[in-house]
Every structure is written in structure tokens, then in C-alpha cells.
Write a protein that binds this ligand. Structure first.
Ligand code: NAD
Ligand code: UFG
Length: 343
């Protein structure tokens, strides 16, 4: 039961590889290490106690992808590979359209070609989408039928790929597609061996807080304390990456078992403010996290959290970890690897 993970050496892909091994699958990591480090493969071997196959290359290379698919004949593919920095996507939109949309087109074409050669197997894909496709939601919690919109080229690329997958399913009903809309993935594997390793200054809250706690940065800028939320700071649905990884296993199993395509939110259904995260991280780490209130960040929404009921109904999945668990595991990873995989 091989599962090909494009972008499998990245943050969410590496945790999913571990969860797949535990569930009896045989993950194959495909990555060009544009935003990850080859040492991840050694860490995965340590955690799982076995060698995990690596295909080093670029998803934009369609003939090579076809070759990978023919050699391994995976029963499913999870497409994580892509660029994900919102701010960078505004500055470099073509990079995002090329790598994210171009990468998805390349993968889908390769899967379609290999399926045509061997029509007995249904092409089976799980796609990493994002709550960013909800734009600025009118209300919370967010259900999957909320209107979609985009406010930056990164979000636009996710929307286009979702639409491409929908058109493909209409044209070729053999396709089985699970679209997973992640809310805010944080935390790390409890071993502290794999975790989020952002390049440069972290854009996201939890890795920034972790770097303040470990003493690498002086203070956190809290982007706005005048939102219409209980303490005035932004509220998000933080989800432990271990729960997210389990969601991928549930998605793959559901697609293989039932063959029905779906689009689901992966979130906890609970919102936490920036200051909730600061307090929980201080408690988990025993370190102070000094902060200063700064102006709102352009493009941020006040609050965003999921209604995760559909994922429970369709996949039998729900998030189990608390914010305290997320902070404890993020801290274990950060303190053991203060410079990420370069430590
Ligand atoms: P990540 O950057 O850690 O992982 C992505 C991996 O893809 C990296 O290892 C990178 O080297 C690889 N990659 C990029 N372009 C490639 C290419 N052309 N060919 C081969 N490999 C390539 O990111 P992540 O946080 O693990 O996110 C995984 C997916 O989930 C992304 O598609 C992202 O947009 C989506 N997502 C992430 C979040 C989040 O907050 N982390 C939220 C919602 C959705
Ligand atoms: N924040 C700060 N200071 C920081 C960083 C963030 O106050 O240094 C605040 C933000 O203003 C927001 C909250 O912390 O209120 C969370 O911000 P993140 O950047 O961690 O997460 P976002 O919700 O803005 O966006 C993330 C990903 C997007 C994805 C979205 C939904 O970056 O790609 O979650 O999945 F689309």
C-alpha cells in the first residue's frame, strides 16, 4: 500500500509520513528540498524504525513524475508540494502560479497518463488546501459550503487548484479526490525530532513565539489588539500537526474504501487568540514571551475557525490535541533544535 507524498519532507508531509507508517502504509517521499532539509529523511527513519524511500526531484517535471508513478504504483498520492508564504506570494505572484498551479497540473497530467496505461486502478489524490480559500468569512464557525474568495496569489492558487480538481472529476469520474482545508497547523512530533523549520523570520505566530521563548528574538509583535474579539487580538483555529497527519490517513482510507470524493475542513472547531497562544506557550516552556502591540497586519481577518463536523461524519476523524499539547510539542522541537534542521 504505497502512498506517494509530494512535498513529503516538509512540515506537514513529514508528520504524515510517520502517521502513514503507523497505519500500515508505505510512504514514498518526493521532494526537491526547496523548503526542507534532507536530514528529515534520517529523522523519519529514527522515528519509524525503517527506511523511507526518497524520490528527489521537482513536481514540475512531468515525465519524471510519470516514471516515479510507474515504478512505485502507489495506491494514492498526497500533494503537499508547493510554496506557502502569503507575503512572498504578493511580491512574487508568478512563482506561486508556476510552482503551485503548474505543479498541480504536472502531477495531475502524470497521474492521468499512468492511469490511462493501467485503467484498472483509480487515480486517488489528497490535496492540501487551506482555510485561506474562505477569504474573510462573514461568520464563524466556517462550514465547507461557505463562499470562497482570495486575497493574495497564494490563496488564489489554492482556489484554482480546487476548481481544477473539480473539473477533472467531472471529466474523468474514475478520479477519487479528497480536498483537505487545513486551518492553522502548529506543534511538532512528540519526539522533538521533526517540526516546523521556517526559513528566515517566521511569518506565522507559533514559530515566532517559539523563537522568542528560546531567546532568538527579543519580542513578539502582536498585530492588532482592536479586533472585535474577546481580548482584541486575532482568533484562529490552531490544530496540532499530529491531528492533521491523522486526518490524512483517515482521508486516504476513506477514498480507498468508499471511492467518493470529498472536501472537508481540518480544524478543531475552537478559536484561540494571539494572547491565548502567548500564555499557553509561556506555561509550556516556562519562559517569558514578551510582546508589543503593533498595527494590524494587512490582509488579516479578525477570527477564523472551522466547523469540523463534516470531517467527523465522512472520515471518522476529529482533532484530539489541546492548545497546551501544541505548545508543549512545539517547545520540545524548538528547544532541541534551536536552528531547526541546521542545529
Ligand atoms: P513546507 O514548505 O514545509 O512543505 C512543502 C514541501 O514541498 C517542502 O518540503 C518543499 O521542499 C516541497 N516543494 C515545494 N515545491 C516543490 C516542487 N516544485 N517539487 C518538489 N517539492 C517541492 O509546507 P507545509 O507547511 O508542510 O505545507 C504543505 C502543504 O500544505 C502546502 O501545499 C501548503 O500550501 C499547505 N498548507 C499549509 C498550511 C500551513 O500553515 N503550514 C496551511 C494550509 C495549507
Ligand atoms: N500574528 C501576530 N504576530 C506575528 C504573527 C502572527 O500577532 O508575528 C497573529 C496574526 O495577526 C493572526 C494570528 O497571529 O491573528 C495567526 O497568524 P498566522 O500568520 O500564524 O496565521 P494566519 O491565520 O494568518 O495564516 C495561516 C497561514 C495561511 C493559511 C491560514 C489558514 O499562514 O497560509 O493560516 O490555514 F491560509
Amino acid at each position: 500500500m504505497k502512498i506517494l507524498l509530494t512535498g513529503g519532507a516538509g512540515y506537514i508531509g513529514s508528520h504524515t509520513a510517520v502517521a502513514l507508517v503507523a497505519a500500515g502504509f508505505d510512504p514514498i517521499v518526493l521532494d526537491n528540498f526547496a523548503n526542507s532539509h534532507p536530514v528529515v529523511m534520517e529523522r523519519l527513519a529514527t522515528i519509524t524504525g525503517r527506511h523511507i524511500a526518497l524520490e528527489r526531484g521537482d513536481v514540475l517535471d512531468t515525465p519524471w513524475l510519470e516514471d516515479v508513478l510507474r515504478r512505485h504504483q502507489p495506491v494514492g498520492v498526497v500533494h503537499f508540494a508547493g510554496d506557502k508564504a502569503v507575503g512572498e506570494s504578493v511580491a512574487l505572484p508568478l512563482k506561486y502560479f508556476h510552482n503551485n498551479i503548474g505543479g498541480a497540473v504536472s502531477l495531475l497530467r502524470a497521474m492521468e497518463t499512468v492511469h490511462t496505461e493501467n485503467p484498472a486502478t483509480a487515480p486517488t489524490l489528497v490535496f492540501s488546501s487551506s482555510a485561506t480559500v474562505y477569504g474573510d468569512p462573514a461568520t464563524v464557525p466556517i462550514t465547507e459550503n461557505f463562499p470562497r474568495s482570495h486575497t493574495n496569489p497564494y490563496g488564489h492558487s489554492k482556489l484554482v487548484i480546487e476548481d481544477m480538481l473539480s473539473a477533472l472529476r467531472t471529466a474523468s469520474p474514475a478520479w477519487r479526490v479528497g480536498v483537505l482545508r487545513y486551518f492553522n497547523p502548529v506543534g511538532a512530533h512528540p519526539s522533538g525530532l521533526i517540526g516546523e523549520d521556517p526559513a528566515g523570520i517566521p511569518n506565522n505566530l507559533m514559530p515566532f513565539v517559539a523563537q522568542v521563548a528560546v531567546g532568538q528574538r527579543e519580542h513578539l509583535n502582536v498585530y492588532g489588539d482592536d479586533y472585535p474579539t474577546p481580548d482584541g487580538t486575532g482568533v484562529r483555529d490552531y490544530i496540532h500537526v499530529q491531528d492533521l497527519a491523522a486526518g490524512h490517513v483517515a482521508a486516504i482510507k476513506t477514498l480507498l474504501r468508499q471511492g467518493e470524493s470529498f472536501t472537508v475542513n481540518l480544524g478543531t472547531g475552537r478559536g484561540h487568540s494571539v494572547l491565548d497562544v502567548v500564555k499557553a506557550f509561556e506555561a509550556a516552556s516556562g519562559k517569558p514571551v514578551p510582546y508589543r502591540v503593533a498595527p494590524r497586519r494587512a490582509g488579516d481577518v479578525a477570527q477564523c475557525w472551522a466547523d469540523p463536523a463534516l470531517a467527523l461524519r465522512l472520515l471518522g476523524w476529529q482533532a484530539l490535541h489541546t492548545l497546551d499539547d501544541m505548545c508543549a510539542d512545539a517547545w520540545r522541537w524548538q528547544s532541541a533544535n534551536p536552528n531547526g534542521y541546521r542545529s
